[in-house]
Design a protein around this ligand. Structure first.
Ligand code: GLU
Length: 466
């Protein structure tokens, strides 16, 4: 088999979206599975809509997802000479011609054709006029009048197109810029792309591209068109269904491995397995296992996967990714070691880094703000004595560790004939302000003796002031 070379060619007219990221991932996985190469190419010939900011956003997202490329990024706007060279070949062989029909004339003839019950396609007026280059002239590709073009799609199977149905498409605009269908062929040819894997919104472009390959006398790559991603209402995924940009998920506190694992399962499967490491994906990925029906975007499943990966990762490795979220909340002045301890107490309890950072506030605030309802319910007079005893016992502790804390608590409970449940919530309220938190002892271990005493004392003050 020839070397596998795939590509991802986004148009930089916005950020990298879920659908684009999945396409990039499939191309990346296919190349890595076969020990081939993966090329990044920026399709920036739509000069009016392409922006630097969007290029940067796409590259950032690719890096965040760790979809590394072996070549590129190539920019189409830097390759105009190459397109011109191939255009010349098509003009010389009679497969392309100049056309000076104005948009107004085209529109008028289109309407006339429709009124007469004919197809509203380009009528071929300039085909044999022998026009040369000139202002306001485009170049069109001469599509055969008859015959069938077959797309042997690796996912969808063979698809047949009647050439008579296809227009003589414009391949170079009057400003000298090639159009997508032409530039993409030249790029794929000159970059020796072996497999074109892309969204099935491009199926209808493919016969046009195939005809251009044939006119150039160049062997076709393999094509694989992946079904679209739909929202839960089965319409094409869009903003209405929630965030669609990859980096929005980063900002919402998702881990890249969760998004990757989520994206790969939108249209690809490997038995019943749901959770895949990167190396498993590379090992298992095959186009034969890409489904024929569209994937449906399910935010709950993504959230579930994210919680899974937050739990799985080492607390130490979460420190640098959590820091920006803590910084945003003004909670950063702690060492990596402290943060790792604190993170460990929340890892099994949160779904996103945003939730984690919010929850971590309990470790940062100087003074806990008591939730009035929780304080009213749990910081009652009956707690005065247990709190007093706890405070004095903790003050005397030299070895403030989780295990020693447990025995201090146990001792007081025994002496007072109380059950743990009686004082757990009141202590939790005093320590955190509310009633939900990680395990009491792990949390106290992280807070440290000073903070624990300070908070219990404030709790006691509250009890006494009632
Ligand atoms: N720039 C095109 C897109 O973003 C690329 C299509 C292709 O892969 O050929 O859809």
């Amino acid at each position: 088999m020839e070397p596998v070379i795939t590509r991802f060619p986004p148009s930089p007219t916005g950020s990298l979206h879920i659908g684009g990221a999945r396409t990039a991932l499939f191309n990346w996985l296919f190349a890595r599975h076969h020990g081939g190469r993966f090329i990044l190419r920026i399709e920036d010939t739509d000069v009016a809509r392409s922006t630097e900011a969007s290029i940067k956003a796409i590259l950032d997202a690719m890096e965040w997802l760790e979809l590394d490329w072996d070549e590129g990024p190539y920019y189409q706007t830097a390759r105009l000479d190459i397109y011109r060279e191939y255009l010349r070949k098509l003009l010389d062989s009679g497969h392309a011609y100049f056309c000076d029909c104005t948009p107004e004339e085209l529109e008028k003839r289109r309407k006339e054709a429709m009124a007469a019950g004919r197809k509203p396609k380009y009528d071929g007026r300039c085909r044999d006029r022998g026009l040369g280059r000139g202002p306001h002239r485009v170049v069109r590709f001469r599509v055969p009048d008859s015959g069938t073009t077959v797309l042997n799609d690796l996912i969808k199977g063979p698809i047949f197109f009647e050439n008579a149905e296809l227009d003589d498409l414009v391949i170079e605009r009057s400003d000298g810029i090639p159009t997508y269908n032409f530039a993409v062929v030249v790029d794929d040819v000159t970059m020796n792309i072996s497999h074109v894997i892309r969204g099935d919104d491009h199926v209808n472009n493919t016969p046009r591209q195939i005809l251009i390959y044939q006119a150039l006398g160049i062997r076709l790559p393999f094509f694989a068109h992946v079904p679209m991603i739909l929202g839960e209402d089965r319409t094409r995924l869009s903003k209405r269904h929630g965030a669609t940009s990859v980096m929005a998920y980063k900002e919402m506190g998702y881990l890249p491995e969760a998004l990757i694992n989520y994206l790969v399962r939108l249209g690809w499967s490997h038995g019943d397995q749901e959770i895949f490491s990167r190396s498993e994906l590379v090992e298992y990925f095959r186009l034969e296992d890409v489904g024929k029906s569209p994937g449906v975007f399910n935010p709950e499943k993504l959230l579930w996967l994210n919680a899974h990966y937050i739990k799985e990762r080492s607390a130490e490795s979460l420190v640098p990714v959590l820091r920006p979220f803590l910084d945003q909340r003004g909670c950063s002045a702690k060492s990596d070691g402290y943060l790792a301890e604190a993170i460990r107490t929340f890892q099994p309890r949160v779904h996103t880094l945003v939730e984690m950072a919010d929850a971590m506030r309990v470790y940062f605030v100087e003074k806990v703000e008591l939730d009035p309802a929780a304080a009213g319910k749990f910081l009652t007079e009956a707690m005065e004595e247990p709190f007093e005893r706890l405070i004095s016992a903790i003050e005397q502790m030299e070895d403030f560790r989780q295990e020693s804390l447990e025995s201090v608590f146990q001792q007081i409970l025994n002496d007072m004939g109380l059950k743990f449940g009686k004082i757990a919530q009141p202590v939790r309220v005093a320590l955190t302000g509310g009633t939900v938190s990680p395990g009491l002892f792990e949390m106290m271990g992280v807070m440290g003796k000073e903070a624990v005493l300070d908070r219990l004392k404030r709790g006691l003050e509250y009890i006494r002031s009632r």
